[in-house]
Each structure stands twice: as C-alpha cells, then as structure tokens.
Ligand binder design. Structure first.
Ligand code: IPD
Ligand code: CA
Ligand code: CA
Length: 255
C-alpha cells in the first residue's frame, strides 16, 4: 500500500513540475495571502481518482474540498495536493504533495513528496521512516546551536504576535531560524535531522497528518497546544521536534 501511494504521489509530482503559473493567475481564498490555482484543483482531482481506485471505501478529505474540519471515520485519505502554494506560485521550488491514510482517525501511512528534489519521505506505523528508501532519524541536538523552523500561520493574522514572540525566544539560543513555506516538508526535515524543531500556531490536518507518521517513526515527537496529542480531524497548533530539544522547549514556552 505504501509503495502504491508513493507512486501516486510521484505521478502528481510530475504534474506539479509540468505546470507553470503566474502570480496573477491565482485566486484568493479566505484569510490573508491564501491562494489557490487551477493546478491545486487539478492535482487534487487526480489524487482523489487514483486514491479512490486504490481503496474505494476510504473517505477523501483534500484541502480544496472547502471543508475546514473532517468527519471522524474508519478509513480516510487526508491530502494536500500542493503544500506550499505560495512557493509554487512564485516558482520558489519548495512545495510537496502530502498524503496521509488515517485508520480510525489516527495516521497509519504518510507520504510526502518533493518533486523538485525528487525526495520521497514515507512511513507506515511501526515500520520506520524512509527518505528515498533509506532510513531516517531525528537529530539529538539540544536548543543551543539548534536549527529551528517555524510557520507563520499566514492565513490567521491573530497568531502573528505569539508566533514571533516564540520565534524570538528560541532565536536567542538557536544557531538560526528558517521559514520555508511548506509545513509538511518542515515536519519531514525534523524527521530527517535537517532541522531540530518546528512549530506553527495554526495548521490543518492535511498539513501535518502525513508528516506526523514520518516524524514519529523517525523517533520524533509531535504535539498540539497544552502539550496534548494532536486531533487529526481539526485545525491545531503543532510542535514537531526531536526528544532532546522538546524538553527544553517545554520548559521555555507556554505552547
Ligand atoms: C501552507 C504552508 C505554509 C504554512 C501554512 C500552510 P498551503 O499550506 O504549509 O508553510 O505556513 O500554515 O497553510 O496553503 O500552501 O497548502
Ligand atoms: Ca498546506
Ligand atoms: Ca495546499
């Protein structure tokens, strides 16, 4: 199943790479700077058709369905056809396809594919996490000299103060900060030890579900506000981290 889902993500990646979009062809959705293009819709249609062929009984929740929350159900695909739409529109070449298969509302399989670097991150619960077939593991770096990434929750301007306060607190200890514009890849980069911790104050399940399987299987921790378990059917704040820096983050930040 993991291989079949990865192959579908790879095909969708070819579609992304074959599209060229100009910033003035994007339409705005609700919230500041929240864009959608004909390609987000086209790739979502492609993924829905292929994933429904693979598991007909699974529900399909895609970012472009227009629903904010998801219904709890036994089997469901949670999909972001293009995570990093602003990067895509601006030809920044840092976007991905994110596909999660939930079983009883908990992530079971996660696939995140970056077509620009041909990097396929994937994991199945209890089977380890892989990048292009090679096992990946979180770093064991503490806060000092760490590399921290964060998301700005760009569509929720009310989160700006909290976001930048937390970023400023962490910046005093870290080697540096990154804001890359693609939440699913941010989480996978923590899983692969390229970054040590990532946080964002509002994400949707299609942004974090696939990455969460990959991160946990790589030895990482992912939680929501109040240091609670994520709810995979709702928007949540998210911290994704290696276990070492997580302890320090918890002492420092009232997340
Ligand atoms: C967004 C990106 C961005 C993150 C936002 C997401 P989209 O997804 O992942 O990095 O900061 O919170 O909504 O809209 O490009 O699919
Ligand atoms: Ca997204
Ligand atoms: Ca998207």
């Amino acid at each position: 199943m993991l291989d079949e889902i990865s192959e579908i993500a790879r095909q969708a990646g070819l579609l992304i790479k074959s599209c060229s979009v100009s910033p003035n062809k994007a339409s705005e959705k609700e919230g500041k700077g929240n864009f959608v293009t004909e390609f987000d819709m086209k790739i979502q249609r492609f993924l829905k058709e292929k994933l429904k062929d693979l598991i007909p009984e699974a529900e399909f929740f895609g970012e472009e369905n227009g629903e904010d929350d998801m219904r709890p159900c036994r089997l469901a695909f949670v999909v972001d056809p293009i995570d990093g739409t602003t990067n895509f529109i601006r030809d920044f070449k840092h976007s991905c396809i994110s596909i999660c298969l939930l079983k009883d509302n908990l992530p079971y399989i996660g696939v995140v594919y970056n077509p620009y670097l041909d990097e396929m991150f994937c994991a199945q619960t209890k089977n380890g996490a892989y990048l292009n077939g090679n096992p990946i593991r979180v770093s064991n770096m503490g806060l000092n000299n760490s590399l921290i990434s964060f998301g700005t929750s760009p569509y929720y301007i009310d989160k700006a103060d909290k976001t930048f306060e937390t970023a400023k607190t962490l910046f005093k200890y870290a080697a540096d900060l990154r804001r890359c514009g693609c939440a699913a890849l941010d989480i996978c980069y923590v899983a692969a030890g390229r970054c040590d911790l990532y946080f964002e104050y509002t994400l949707s399940p299609w942004d974090f579900a696939a990455g969460s399987v990959i991160l946990k299987e790589a030895g990482g921790i992912i939680i929501t506000s109040g240091y609670k378990e994520l709810d995979y059917t709702k928007k949540c704040a998210v911290v994704a981290s290696n276990p070492v820096i997580f302890k320090e983050f918890k002492n420092l930040i009232d997340f």
